[in-house]
Design a protein around this ligand. Structure first.
Ligand code: TRP
Length: 361
């Protein structure tokens, strides 16, 4: 069986370092591993509209931001199909048919939908499109016959819901859809990178994100202002590394080789953590090191972004070509689905012959 990746992001803002360690970095590694037959990376604008229906301009503006972020981290249009969800009408058609296989109570129990309803204050009036977006996400995944879906931990309930739709579809209509596997980051710190303020999640509205497109100085400022252990007041005080955002970021970004260059008194992250825990290591020193570590990772991304920023029409062209390629694949799946569901009337000579015979001709 072919190995196929599908994943994507809503274009509601620039992508941040949480997206990067949670999913983007892995995608690029998978892309370059050569182990996958096809890779589809989708800008999920139709999904973004499910809770931004009154703000289409925001979605429109952020298409290019996400595309630039993709290209700058190293997603390569020669190896991965980069496309825009709304340009693939087959996805909405699949969504409509899958909706028959999902109950309202099942959607109400989806933990991601539940928490997003909370976050957006939708309790009293949930848009139907928003409520059913897990079904549309199942269409995204199955349309490309994806075997592997690299995403952050928050997407796990979406994958569960998708698998249920696949199983139900296949049991009712016959083996048609591919059962996808989720691929989570294997480094625990990358599963959910906290905000620079120590809050559990990075979010634009909280102003606690470091963006991939932030200039060097901006990144430095954000790191130097980062929340640390609130009880670590004097350098000599023992400090806590668990739950300390500075150390969580180091867990996510640091490679031991970087000590030789930036902090040669230590050989590895564990030694630095031990010193902090004992006391005698100041936050500023650790933050300066974190800044060096992160700048090392972000500098090539920033440089590639500047190059692509000079070639905007070409970026739109990449998305257009990608969307054309993606549509062909989705159209084939829709044909398979319609055949399985017995709504392929005009392609079925046997049906026409059978009905003729029934009427005695
Ligand atoms: N829900 C994802 C997000 O919020 C975006 C997305 C839409 C997606 N369809 C997908 C991710 C299919 C993986 C697979 O970022």
């Amino acid at each position: 069986m072919k190995k196929i990746i599908l994943t994507g992001d809503r274009p509601t803002g620039k992508l941040h370092v949480g997206h990067y360690v949670g999913s983007l970095k892995r995608r690029v590694e998978l892309q370059n591993s050569g182990e996958y037959d096809d890779i589809f990376i989708m800008i999920a604008d139709a999904q973004a509209l499910t809770d931004n229906a009154d703000n289409p301009e925001k979605v429109r503006q952020n298409i290019i931001e996400v595309a630039l972020d993709y290209l700058s981290v190293g997603l390569d249009p020669a190896k991965s199909v980069l496309f825009i969800q709304s340009q693939i009408p087959e996805l909405t058609e699949l969504t409509f048919y899958y909706a028959n296989l999902v109950t309202v109570s099942r959607l109400q129990r989806n933990p991601t939908v539940k928490s997003e309803i909370q976050m957006r204050g939708f309790q009293a009036s949930i848009p139907v499109g928003f409520f059913t977006y897990p079904i549309s996400q199942a269409a995204d995944i199955t349309a490309f016959k994806a075997t592997t879906v690299p995403v952050g931990e928050d997407q796990a309930p979406m994958l569960e819901q998708c698998k249920e739709i696949v199983h139900k579809f296949n049991s009712v209509y016959g083996e048609t859809l591919v059962d996808p596997q989720i691929l989570l980051p294997d480094n625990a710190a990358c599963l959910r990178l906290p905000g620079t303020d120590g809050k559990a999640k990075m979010s634009k509205s909280l102003g606690n994100c470091i963006y991939l497109s932030d200039p060097e100085e901006e990144v430095r400022k954000k790191i130097m202002n980062m929340f640390t252990d609130p009880n670590h007041l004097k350098v000599s005080d023992p400090g806590q590394v668990e739950g300390n955002p500075v150390f969580i970021y180091l867990d996510a970004f640091c490679r031991d080789e970087l000590f030789a260059e930036y902090l040669p008194d230590y050989a590895c992250l564990q030694e630095l953590k031990d010193h902090y825990t004992r006391g005698g290591l100041g936050d500023v020193k650790v933050k300066k090191f974190l800044n060096n570590v992160m700048q090392e990772e972000l500098a090539p991304i920033r440089a590639r972004r500047h190059e692509w920023e000079q070639r905007i029409p070409e970026v739109y062209e990449i998305l257009k070509t990608g969307s054309e390629t993606a549509e062909k694949v989705a159209a084939q799946t829709l044909t398979d689905v319609k055949r399985a569901m017995k709504i392929d009337y005009f392609n079925d000579q046997a049906l026409i012959a059978e009905q003729s015979e029934r009427y005695g001709n």
